[in-house]
Design a binder for this molecule. Structure first.
Ligand code: NDP
Length: 266
């Protein structure tokens, strides 16, 4: 152990960890990123169009979305509201951005969606709940420590990050809407989405979500924000690849020049 501690690479790593003041839950979240990326390259998460039998009991899609996302709303709000810095704008202003997104994702998105009746494995719901508790805790810690340290709120990174967050939200909100309008209520068919960013990529909803959480990381200037943005990419990029393949296999007229996730690049 002494040898390892004296070894320069080890020292750089342990110094970085100490300087970064990284908690164990945050370290776990960073470690989860490559694990999730590699797992999802091999196994497509079996919900929605990729649903498969053999993953245990299932839940209806709407209920699954509400159950999965509710902890993301509750954990951070409870921790910030119960903290002594709840009145500090460094804590509650970013919290409003978070609630804006999760209010939409937890209640409005499931209420408006037109699912085909495909169900959602309870196992995935449990995994998502565990992740949302961990992520909510880490991001609450970041907001609370910004409140305690009284970091300057109205900074360049706050405005730039906030603008990127809202741009990302607008992108995934619009893409979610375009996808929803592909079906009339009660319909089950899948169609090729058109218009907006779908002209260039197959999954602009995922692109918008990734952009939004990069904005959050910049706005809060926190490692917790960076861990969430990285996780979102690791979670959604492999699914965008699976969706692209899925469209190509089923729709011979799927636009050949449509990229997977990033216009003109990937
Ligand atoms: P999808 O677009 O695959 O599905 C959303 C809804 O649209 C489902 O009801 C689905 O029906 C329907 N749908 C999808 N494609 C078509 C089509 N071609 N024709 C008709 N209906 C269609 O998105 P996800 O469920 O994967 O994600 C939903 C949102 O949640 C996205 O905005 C995404 O960015 C976000 N998200 C964020 C994550 C994160 O890590 N931050 C993780 C996962 C999602 P059906 O159920 O019948 O397939």
């Amino acid at each position: 152990m002494q040898f390892l501690k004296e070894h320069s690479h080890w020292r750089i790593l342990s110094d970085f960890w100490q300087d970064a003041d990284m908690s164990i839950p945050l370290l776990i979240q960073f470690i989860l990123c490559p694990v999730v990326l590699i797992s999802l390259v091999w196994v497509t998460a079996p919900y929605g169009r990729h649903h498969e039998k053999g993953w245990g009991p299932n839940l209806p899609s709407r209920a699954a979305w509400i159950l999965m996302e509710l902890p993301a709303l509750l954990v951070i709000t409870t921790l910030v509201v119960l903290s002594p810095v709840r009145q500090m704008p460094q804590a509650w202003v970013p919290l409003l951005f978070w609630l804006f997104h999760y209010g939409y994702r937890t209640f409005i998105f499931p209420a408006l969606m037109r699912p085909s009746g495909k169900t959602f494995p309870a196992l995935l719901v449990l995994f998502a709940i565990a992740f949302n508790v961990l992520n909510g805790y880490n991001n609450a810690e970041a907001l609370i420590s910004a409140g305690k340290e009284e970091t300057r709120l109205l900074s360049l990174h706050f405005f730039a990050g906030g603008a990127i967050f809202l741009a990302g939200f607008a992108i995934h909100f619009r893409a979610d809407r375009s996808i929803r309008l592909l079906r009339r209520p009660g319909e089950k068919a899948y169609r090729i989405p058109q218009g907006g960013l779908f002209r260039w990529v197959g999954s602009p909803n995922y692109l918008g979500e990734i952009i939004q959480w990069i904005g959050w990381a910049i706005m809060t200037w926190s490692l917790a924000g960076a861990a969430f943005a990285l996780f979102t990419f690791c979670n959604l990029a492999p699914r965008a690849v699976s969706n692209h393949r899925w469209y190509r296999e089923r729709f011979p007229d799927y636009p050949a020049d449509r990229r997977i996730l990033v216009p003109g690049i990937f």
